[in-house]
Design a protein around this ligand. Sequence first.
Ligand code: NAP
Ligand code: G4F
Length: 357
Amino acid sequence: MTSGDGAAAGREKVALITGVTGQDGSYLAELLLAEGYQVYGLARRTSLQGTARIDHLAGEPRFRLVEGDLADGGSLHGVVARVKPQEIYNLGAQSYVKVSFDTPEMTGDVTGLGCLRLLEAARRFVPGSRFYQASSSELYGKVVESPQTESTPFHPRSPYAVAKAYAFYATLNYRESYGMFAVNGILFNHESPRRGEEFVTRKISKAAARVATGLQEQVSLGNLDARRDWGFAGDYVEAMWRMLRADRPDDYVVATGESHSVREFCDLAFARIGKPLRWQGSGVEEVGVDEGGSVRVRVDPEYFRPAEVESLLGDASRARDELGWQPKVSFEQLVEMMVDADLERARGRGQGLGAGG
Ligand code: NAP
Ligand code: G4F
């Protein structure tokens, strides 16, 4: 890890990304580097190096990692004071909804308060900077209308979503109280070959690839009826960047406008490996069976959540009309991209999590 020393203000545009080792952080770093930015990525110390998604950027002179933690305000103040970024993207979070039920305090601290700590560092050291908060469609939770827009009321259904609600309003509050250019991107689910393996899309694409290569027999999932508006992460980081280049600060929904079930994701993934599924049974007895009669998908209540978000569907009209943003990758292309990347990995030819993914 290179330590980032010295503000680059007055030279090229400087951005700070928290969560740079995550799925979105890696794509955003690539985008900003391609746009000529000096990029500082905040990373925390872990016992094993967790930089697989950004290792391909290691030799890039305009990319630096800086040590810090969203749970540690002092570290954030130190980094922001030293780097003096003009743009701050707060992507860091405990982002897995299911785990937030097991670690609600930590999730609240990092995902909720962490945003406030970073806003406060920005207010003190770079009040003229532009601040992006990674808000989430999980805020809509128990949805009251469909599709969801920027004016749909929130009803968070997990400690994660409650923490994101805190961060959403902290961001809005700094905009209104201090006149800061601080915005929320309300992003619906977005996936990629770099998606964490615990999330349902990657769990399915990886399982399908391993079934195809004889490494695995079947996969156990939770709620097959859950519906999500799934897009491609590479498209969504472009919306983040466009939000910070807008004439005025505002909050934006980012979504495809299409909703699909977990079952449909399985259908496409297993069709891609030449093992289309038919579904038998219902409830916890439901199974997805291939043409040879082998059970490839089954239901395990272990993956159910104490409170479920059943269905999400976004309306990104504002982002389209005001930012000129629209998704490029379709749902079908996304599933194929993820299964194909996992097939390469299962065959030992994959490029890892970063470049090429
Ligand atoms: P991700 O892959 O889980 O990445 C999360 C990042 O946060 C990782 O870099 C992680 O670092 C970092 N992090 C965790 N705890 C931290 C701490 N205490 N201090 C500093 N950094 C910490 O998530 P993602 O899918 O890229 O999502 C990016 C952001 O968008 C998250 O805030 C997420 O909640 C939000 N979001 C995601 C989606 C989606 O569908 N992907 C939709 C809406 C909103 P380590 O590598 O060290 O763990
Ligand atoms: O892939 P998931 O774990 O994503 P979830 O909960 O929608 O959260 C993701 O998207 C949010 C945006 O809406 C982000 F804010 C958040 O950080 C994260 O990136 O689950 C999707 C759906 C859920 O309804 C879940 O119950 O799939 C269902 N599901 C069914 N079986 C499963 C499984 N989810 C997981 N992770 N694993 C399963 O076996």
